[in-house]
Design a protein around this ligand. Structure first.
Ligand SMILES: [Mg+2]
Length: 243
């Protein structure tokens, strides 16, 4: 640890599914119900790999596969989002949503630090993201801003959106140099790169450490159990410029 660096202002952008919480397919269920109600089908949702993708990306892929046009899909996206949120209010609390290992102590250590701004970068839409967190016992209000699937179909756009929102909110200039993106999939690592931010990968979701390692994150963790070690990486870790 370099002396004095604790005071560097940091924006920490967390992914939700597989990083902060385990939702056991509850998101898939809320989407399936909404698509079936509005389109009469959820397409090939049972076989679709959702990991790391934004909700609009998933919805678009499923409905294109079911034969709908982009215009038909896009015109109903606001209704899909509304129904997913309504479904989530009921379904998330009926499922065994849990925080990932070490998440609660880590957030407790972070929330009292004045030099840290907590945010979200997630493929979830802005309606369901706070509901999912709350159902897993995580207060969504501690994340002062977020960039969501409902902001862009392309995950790689989200870190830049979040940095701009954090800058507008706090008055600090947030760029890739003082921003860390934390997630459990290769897509999280790639979107950190797109935002020129530090990429921290955690193998608490559906991807093993050896899989994540192939995408060369700046830091790779098995889980968040060692709070002090994770804090040091999040607050003092930097982009590995040799990668
Ligand atoms: Mg994830």
């Amino acid at each position: 640890m370099t002396p004095g660096t604790w005071h560097t202002v940091k924006l920490l952008l967390f992914d939700i599914d597989g990083t902060l919480i385990r939702s056991h397919g509850a998101g898939r269920e809320t989407m399936s119900l909404a698509l079936t109600e509005l389109f009469g089908t959820a397409g090939p949702i049972d076989d679709y790999k959702m990991s790391g993708k934004t909700d609009p990306r998933i919805i678009t892929d499923l409905l294109l596969a079911a034969g709908f046009s982009l215009d038909e899909i896009n015109s109903k996206l606001p209704d899909v989002y509304r129904l997913m949120t309504e479904n989530g209010r009921i379904i998330f609390h009926q499922r065994d949503m849990q925080p990932c290992p070490g998440v609660l102590p880590l957030l407790e250590s972070l929330r009292c630090r004045s030099n840290v701004t907590l945010g979200l970068v997630t493929g979830n839409i802005d309606g369901t993201a706070p509901l999912k967190l709350a159902a897993a016992g995580i207060d969504p209000a501690q994340f002062r801003l977020g960039a969501y699937g409902s902001d862009s179909l392309e995950r790689n756009m989200l870190p830049g959106i979040a940095m701009q929102r954090a800058t507008d909110l706090t008055g600090y200039q947030y760029t890739g140099n003082n921003t860390v993106v934390i997630g459990d999939t290769p897509a999280d690592i790639l979107c950190a790169r797109a935002g020129r931010a530090t990429a921290v990968a955690v193998a608490s979701g559906w991807h093993a450490t050896h899989t994540l390692a192939r995408y060369q994150p700046d830091h790779l963790l098995e889980n968040f159990n060692d709070t002090e070690k994770v804090l040091d990486i999040l607050l003092n870790g930097t982009i590995n410029r040799e990668i």
